[in-house]
Write a protein that binds this ligand. Structure first.
Ligand code: AHG
Ligand code: MN
Ligand code: MN
Length: 335
């Protein structure tokens, strides 16, 4: 039996250190945690409750939606819209900003999320996740506009992800380090199991979808080529490689044992300067990675400093162990 710190206790104790805290943020986080527990349950039950498989619909980005993409999006909305903490929501699965219905009060925060990350993995029982980012609404208690969401990542109040893996975990930062909690299913509580997570500065493990190799730019070509040369190459050591195709799972591995993850700029489709989305994938993950001592960049600039131009804007992402990311950034500087 555990007798550890619950997530609720952890959040309330953190709130005590903040002068003038109203408890609003704590309450918002509580609703978010409820949504994550419901999603965890749906993902876990899988085929037993008929949630596997694809729909005929596509999202705004032209991707075929899985049943669970839509179900998890709905869970996030229904659980977070009613309590009066939000001025609006935005999601991978919705073209426009989601306006809080008139029957509910408005609040001072904005919630942005990827309800199901890595959804191509859901039918094959490989880890998926939920990613979220909380921003302050520029003007509180007023319905948020799309422009209100276009804040650089440094402005995030909180970022986190849930990983539905062999256990369900919630990893989160409010700008004072990164803490990881594991769901005790029987008790129904997240328990602090990974306090103050830190990414080792050095690594011998890289993650990249090598099927895109012919589209990579020269700095990434050079970096991966040198990793593959191992002991005999300029790096002087052998590397290992992983690609889960769930960003949540990759970032969690990197937080646990180090590594570098790249979905770099490529020439595959000039309209898409990367695959991952800035507001609900790159920004929250970059906040977490930096808070854990890692580095996150497009190759050319710090992701958290970017001024977003659209809700579904895509960016190149290179993140992870500090010294390893610095090697790749050095190659970008050399051109
Ligand atoms: P999503 O399922 O939310 O659309 O995100 C999938 C993302 C990310 O999690 C992962 O790193 C990447 O897409 C995988 O891309 P490939 O299919 O190119 O491997
Ligand atoms: Mn995603
Ligand atoms: Mn998704």
């Amino acid at each position: 039996m555990h007798n550890g710190t619950t997530l609720t206790q952890f959040i309330i104790e953190e709130q005590r250190h903040i002068a003038n805290a109203t408890g609003d943020f704590t309450a918002l986080l509580n609703d978010l945690v409820t949504a994550i527990k419901v999603i965890s349950n749906a993902v876990n039950k899988g085929a037993l409750i008929g949630v596997m498989g694809a729909l005929d619909s596509q999202n705004v980005q032209g991707e075929t939606q899985k049943k669970l993409d839509v179900i998890t999006n709905e869970i996030m909305i229904r659980t977070n819209e009613w309590a009066g903490h939000l001025a609006g929501m935005a999601s991978e699965e919705m073209d426009e900003v989601y306006a809080i219905p008139n029957k509910y009060p408005l609040g001072k925060y904005l919630l942005v999320f990827d309800p199901l990350d890595g959804s191509s993995n859901v039918d094959i029982n490989i880890s998926v996740g939920t990613i979220f980012s909380i921003l302050r609404a520029p003007v509180g208690n007023r319905a948020a506009s799309m422009e209100d969401f276009l804040q650089p990542g440094v402005k995030q109040v909180c970022a986190g992800y849930a990983l539905y893996g062999s256990s369900t975990m919630l990893v989160l930062t409010t700008g004072h380090g990164v803490n990881g909690f594991t769901l005790d299913r029987e008790v129904g509580e997240f328990i602090l199991t990974h306090p103050d997570m830190k990414i080792p500065a050095d690594t011998k493990e890289f993650a990249i979808n090598a099927s895109n190799q012919r589209f990579w730019e020269p700095p990434v070509q050079r970096y991966v080529e040198e990793c593959l040369q191992g002991k005999e190459g300029p790096r002087g050591r052998d590397f290992n490689m992983r690609w889960v195709a769930s960003m949540v799972a990759e970032v969690h591995r990197i937080l646990t044992r180090g590594g570098i993850f790249m979905y770099p700029r490529d020439t595959k489709d000039p309209a898409k300067p990367g695959k991952l989305r800035l507001l609900y994938e790159a920004n929250p993950m970059s906040f977490i990675v930096e808070q854990a001592g890692g580095v996150s960049s497009t190759g050319y600039e710090r992701i958290l400093d970017m001024q977003p131009e659209g809700l579904h804007q895509r960016v190149p992402v290179i993140l992870g162990s500090k010294n390893e990311v610095e090697v790749v950034l050095g190659y970008h500087r050399e051109g």
